[in-house]
Design a protein around this ligand. Structure first.
Ligand code: FMN
Length: 233
């Protein structure tokens, strides 16, 4: 069994809340894992060329080509994204769109696998978890847990945080705010969030090691997606 962790943050893993949370989930799983950061990677969005319809292989040549192999080989995923304008960042979104290559005919390459959705935002990462979970559903992947934390908005360190009217410090603490190091959010200092990440990892590890039935998960997810499609028309 192997889990593929993907941190969609473009920031240095040293300061990325998403990276820390994804890593915490992976470590708690006690399953063999690989963690890939999308920082610096070149991944374009789906161009709807339909080149993948017959063989489930995307024809766009970029860093997704190498990542595809890892996605195919993994039994489960821990996917994390930073909240940029109330949704996942463009890099993560591009990767999620490119999962379209697996979504044709009897393309059961990803069906019935498991996932954990992770999000971090200057306020919250919940909207990212929603989006990741939705994309997992499109490929009949079950999201077994979600982990959302408050990451450090760049406004705390950009140099103008105490006076900038559109910045997060003033929005969170009001005019006249004095920024101190302890005010800068860090998921590692949020016990509830770290505990949720550990629980999510343990649960994912348990589900994988208990020998879960992929066809059962596939059927469950297919049923859920059909209900969703019906209610959205
Ligand atoms: C362009 C931009 C837009 C952002 N928009 C939001 C937002 O709408 N909501 C939010 O909660 N945080 C927002 N943030 C803050 C990031 O989500 C926050 O810095 C988070 O910690 C980033 O994740 P990372 O630490 O893993 O890089 C934004 C940051 C940037 C750079």
């Amino acid at each position: 069994m192997k889990i593929l962790g993907i941190s969609g943050s473009s920031r240095d893993p040293e300061i990325s809340g998403v990276f820390k949370l994804v890593k915490t989930v992976l470590e708690a799983s006690e399953v063999d894992y690989e963690l890939v950061s999308l920082r610096g990677k070149n991944i374009a969005g789906c161009i709807a060329c339909l080149g993948c319809v017959k063989d489930h292989v995307c024809k766009v040549q970029d860093d997704m080509t190498a990542l595809r192999e890892k996605i195919v080989e993994a039994d489960a995923y821990v996917i994390g994204a930073p909240n940029l304008y109330s949704g996942v960042n463009a890099l993560t979104r591009a990767l999620l769109e490119r999962l379209y290559q697996f979504r044709h005919q009897e393309g059961d390459i990803l069906w019935g696998k498991l996932a954990v959705a992770v999000g971090a935002g200057g306020t919250s990462g919940q909207l990212c978890c929603d989006e990741i979970e939705r994309f997992m559903g499109y490929n009949f992947i079950e999201t077994v847990a979600r982990v959302s934390g408050q990451g450090a908005a760049s406004c705390f360190t950009c140099g103008y945080g105490e006076t900038c009217r559109v910045g997060v410090p003033i929005m969170l603490y009001g005019e006249g705010v004095k920024i101190t190091d302890d005010m800068i959010p860090d998921v590692a200092r949020q016990p509830d969030v770290m505990a949720a990440a550990q629980r999510a990892g343990k649960l994912l590890g348990q589900r994988l090691s208990e020998g879960y039935d992929r066809s059962e998960v596939t059927a469950k997810m297919q049923g859920m997606m059909m209900e969703k499609f019906k209610s959205s028309t």
